[in-house]
Design a protein around this ligand. Structure first.
Ligand code: DAH
Length: 348
């Protein structure tokens, strides 16, 4: 019996090592290890042996089974390696070109906007997206229960309140950077103004429909120095409008109200089609861009800046909106911008 098992094992291994295809290996596997295969055939004879020999023979059979399994696996690998090596390889075939991507169109707009402001001496700043109520509202002259806050449909975080800074919010506008920037230049060792900041960042509001996304971008300008007036604001906006939209475009300031600026304006740009005369597209000749104004003394005070010595202007516009006004892009659903749909994104 023991000899029979040894022979079975040796013959099986020798045969398996000579096999040339995976199909043949599969057949051999059935023949030896299958339910009615040769190994089971000898296993079935165990009960007829004298009891003291059974465990020795059982052990031998197990070893043989394992050795045959190993041989089968080794042979499959061997066959696969051989066929791969024999495959004909033509090194002159052109390779698969990796797909080349490009920047998202909002990123392209952000780069363009920051480079235009860089030309006139603005530096790009970045402030937290998860922000204290103090910087987002309170320091901007909007006390706790002020109704103006309702316009910013704010996401509040479920975190403990800070006694001075209040709750945590997702920045609902980039104006949170104003007092942060004032603190940066007034905290020693910095020596105070001038400030020429452009803060471009993600903003979050509880709104999602065809013309709103819960996450969007704004760019916020802030200039603080001695003797800054509306003339500087107008000049800066005109420079941006000409560079971004085209040399024939103009801006106009329309009185408005914001808590953090006095006076406050909405900025309009002359329509690119009729250049201000009025047409079907724009009706009045002007298109609305965003908010601006002269920094309110209370905001300067919150940023430790002496409003008797310094004055400033600020503006804050939506990146997506500004970009769409330039490109004439009409989107049925603005959420498409952030849907990661390559069919859409590849067009830009
Ligand atoms: N933060 C305002 C908003 O989100 C926009 C704005 C208006 C920013 C006037 C300014 C400003 O800096 O002066 O609607």
């Amino acid at each position: 019996m023991e000899e029979q098992i040894q022979n079975l094992r040796n013959q099986a291994i020798a045969r398996i090592m000579a096999l040339a295809s995976t199909e043949e290996v599969e057949e051999a596997k059935l023949e030896y290890l299958g339910r009615s295969g040769k190994i089971n055939e000898v296993t079935r004879q165990i009960p007829s042996l004298e009891p003291e020999r059974r465990s020795v023979v059982g052990q031998l059979i197990n070893d043989a089974r394992e050795a045959i399994e190993q041989a089968l696996i080794a042979q499959i690998t061997e066959i696969k390696n051989k066929t791969d090596k024999n495959k004909w390889f033509d090194p002159t075939i052109p390779g698969n070109k990796p797909q080349i991507g490009h920047l998202h169109l909002v990123t392209q707009a952000i780069e363009e906007i920051s480079s235009i402001f860089r030309e006139i001496g603005f530096s790009r700043a970045r402030y937290p997206e998860v922000e204290w109520d103090w910087y987002a509202f309170e320091s901007l002259n909007m006390p706790h229960d002020h109704p103006a806050r309702d316009e910013w449909e704010t996401f509040f975080l479920d975190t403990p309140e800070n006694p001075k800074l209040g709750k945590m919010v997702l920045t609902p506008h980039t104006s949170n950077g104003q007092v942060r920037e004032m603190e940066r230049v007034t905290n020693p060792p910095a020596g105070g103004p001038p400030i020429r900041m452009i803060n471009i960042a993600k903003c979050y509001r509880r709104q999602s429909d065809v013309s709103h996304v819960p996450m969007f971008h704004q760019f916020e300008g802030l200039v603080v120095d001695r003797g800054i007036s509306i003339v500087h604001l107008k000049g800066t906006l005109d420079y941006f409008a000409r560079r971004f939209f085209g040399s024939e475009r103009k801006t106009r300031l329309r009185p408005y109200h914001f808590q953090f600026t006095e006076p406050s304006f909405e900025v309009d740009i002359s329509c690119g089609v009729c250049l201000g005369r009025g047409c079907k597209l724009c009706k009045s000749g002007w298109l609305e861009l965003g908010g601006a104004g002269m920094v309110h003394p209370n905001v300067l005070k919150a940023g430790n800046i002496d409003s008797t010595k310094y004055s400033g202007f600020a503006f804050g516009w939506g990146v997506e909106r500004t970009h769409m006004m330039k490109s004439g892009l009409k989107m049925e659903d603005i959420r498409t911008l952030y849907s990661s749909d390559l069919r859409y994104l590849r067009q830009f």
